[in-house]
Ligand binder design. Structure first.
Ligand code: FPP
Length: 241
């Protein structure tokens, strides 16, 4: 038996689909398709590994700026993979949640997401959080607008605005902060992903391209997380930095 500490919440920036395709002389769309296959496997793998929350950056607020062809290819993939993911999460007792502004997606996609969330709401093994049309700056602005409205209506005093209050207005309101944030493909940036929530998270970067990410790469990230946990003598937090 391994004595590894399994992080409670793992968040992943799934990067490198385009380069994976390019290396094989394939269209980018097929890189994203391979990325979707990897995601399907990882949902099961993370649940089996004992991770309690998996958040993935599936579509960012910036992704709309990609070519029309690529955006529609991604939307088509979401349409195709949502029912497939449903089968997996139903079988594995996984609850699906969505963060980000879903209102910009077509109605059929939103209906698919609603169904995915509704059908899994009682599931308890792992939370699978899909970040869709998500960007931290957008999330924080939406939260601050709501807080501003409350303040303008006299329901809130400026001095009542605290870290806890702002957190409670974010899309992740009742989701604990990530312990480990993984980014694939060698890029070492957060790119507007969970910027508020990852203030104290361990960051792990791997050169592996997302479609090649597998159980072994996941375990390497978890081992690195463990060695840092040991070095710092336990979970890091506001009091020890
Ligand atoms: C980044 O690779 C990846 C994306 C923009 C999309 C990630 C989405 C998935 C893997 C699928 C999610 C699926 C569902 C069903 C929610 P890139 O195109 O930036 O790669 P590059 O940097 O090599 O060009």
């Amino acid at each position: 038996m391994s004595d590894l500490i399994i992080p409670n919440h793992v968040a992943i920036i799934m990067d490198g689909n385009g380069r994976w395709a390019k290396r094989r002389g394939l269209p980018r769309r097929l890189g994203h398709k391979a990325g979707c296959d990897t995601l399907e496997r990882m949902v099961e793998d993370c649940a089996d590994t004992g991770i309690r929350i998996l958040t993935v950056y599936a579509f960012s607020t910036e992704n709309w700026k990609r070519s029309g062809d690529e955006v529609s290819a991604l939307m088509q993939l979401f349409r195709f993979y949502i029912p497939r993911l449903k089968k997996r999460v139903m079988a594995k007792n996984v609850r699906v949640r969505v963060i980000g502004d879903e209102s910009r997606f077509d109605e059929d996609l939103r209906e698919g997401l609603r169904d995915l969330k509704e059908s899994t709401r009682e599931h308890t093994r792992m939370d699978f959080v899909l970040a869709l049309n998500y960007g931290s700056r957008d999330e924080i602005i939406r939260a601050v607008r709501k807080i501003g409205t409350e303040a303008a209506q006299g329901n809130l005093l400026p001095e009542e605005i605290s870290e806890e209050l702002l957190s409670s207005y974010l899309d992740t309101a009742d989701i604990p902060d990530p312990d480990l944030v993984i980014r694939t493909s060698g890029e070492e940036r957060l790119s507007n992903f969970l910027m508020w929530q990852s203030a104290y998270s361990e960051l792990y970067f791997t050169d592996t391209l997302w479609p090649d990410f597998d159980h072994e790469t996941l375990m390497e990230a978890i081992k690195a997380y463990n060695s840092r946990e040991r070095r710092f003598g336990g979970r890091k937090g506001e009091n020890d930095e």
